[in-house]
Design a protein around this ligand. Sequence first.
Ligand code: FAD
Length: 401
Amino acid sequence: VPDAVVVGAGQAGYQTAASLRSQGFSGGVVLIGDEPGTPYQRPPLSKTYLAAGDEDPEFRSAAYYAKNDITLINQRVVGIDREARAVRLADGESVAYGHLVLATGSRTRSLPVPGADLRGITTLRTRADADALRAGLAAAERVVVVGAGFIGFEIAAAASKFGHRVTVVEATDRAMARVVSARTAERFTAFQRENGNEVLFGSGVRAFHGTGGHVSAVELTDGTELPADLVVLGVGITPNTELAEEAGLEVADGVVVGDDLLTSDPDISAIGDCAAFPHARLGRRVRLESVQNATDHARCVADRLTGAPRPYRAVPWFWTEQFDARLQIAGVSDGHDTEVLLGDGESAFSVLLFRDRRLVGVESVNRPGDHMAARKLLAADSALEPAEAERPGFVLKDYVR
Ligand code: FAD
């Protein structure tokens, strides 16, 4: 069996190596990543690990890789030679592959405004970023978070544990706009405000100002200047597709793959944050940024490489934790026309999202039972209709057969 080589040792890369071994793959498994140390999980970096830093986010200790004959190489891959079927490392060495898996993830975006390179303006993607940010939060006096997405709101929640009253500025008119309903977004904005943070909508950043090379204020598009000695940008990510592009693979906001997760080269797969794959229910290509997506993609590729190919059809799900609220989302909504609320709408509730009377997504706040039921209903393409869900006493999990 030819060797499987995985580029990128994040969530998707780690899971590919682990699944190949747990499913009895008999060839060599080489996992190449450009970060130091062993692969680790990112979700705690903006939650518990940022606030306390006491739990190691690594998936497995170094002993696991040795015991399972997974070769972990801490280096950057700088090129793919498709003819020779080999990747080139930064130190000039080459590693040959039978099958190559691109799991290069994504990187944080910056803001193209004056002053963006001042010290004290940071982003959060890696463990090193989280360690630096934790130290920054302990020392800072005025913290501004740019972007009211998941990451921005999670960082603002963690920062309040350091005693900060954070100002979150958001260019659009609502929080988490890409991924949650207006109702859920409003509730999470209220959680920020109830906990002492300020959230300003319609507030783009025009410039950063500094003294002595360090940020001192954020200037908003309306001219307001917010004093700040620590600014965290949560303004989205860019998929790492350069390697694929330089190798001549098709790229369109992500490395383009089919429902088998193969690129335009049958010897190369692409998975996780960097992959644009066809979504069966939406009927178009999507790129998702979640642990579920990275993990299920990895398992699908491992199944193929161990002789059990199947089309990728997993139901997307996601979670975020902010203050005492745990939001779990099942499905991806491409827009919905009907909402049904279950629960109090305050601290424990679910919002069922329908389009053309078909269930497309469920957002659950502190209702994990609803979330698990929702994943099953979506996987089964449930016939649940809004009218049924609106009946008094309706319980989502009782509807799962
Ligand atoms: P990554 O985990 O980014 O791994 C890619 C790796 O490849 C990186 O280590 C990168 O350095 C490396 N790499 C890139 N190019 C090369 C190269 N040329 N050579 C070698 N190595 C390379 N998702 C959730 O579902 N729930 C959450 O609560 C949640 N919270 C998050 C909090 C934070 C702070 C962040 C940053 C992300 C969070 N996510 C969450 C998203 C989730 O972590 C990502 O979707 C997931 O990590 C994607 O996995 P991946 O393997 O595709 O990419």
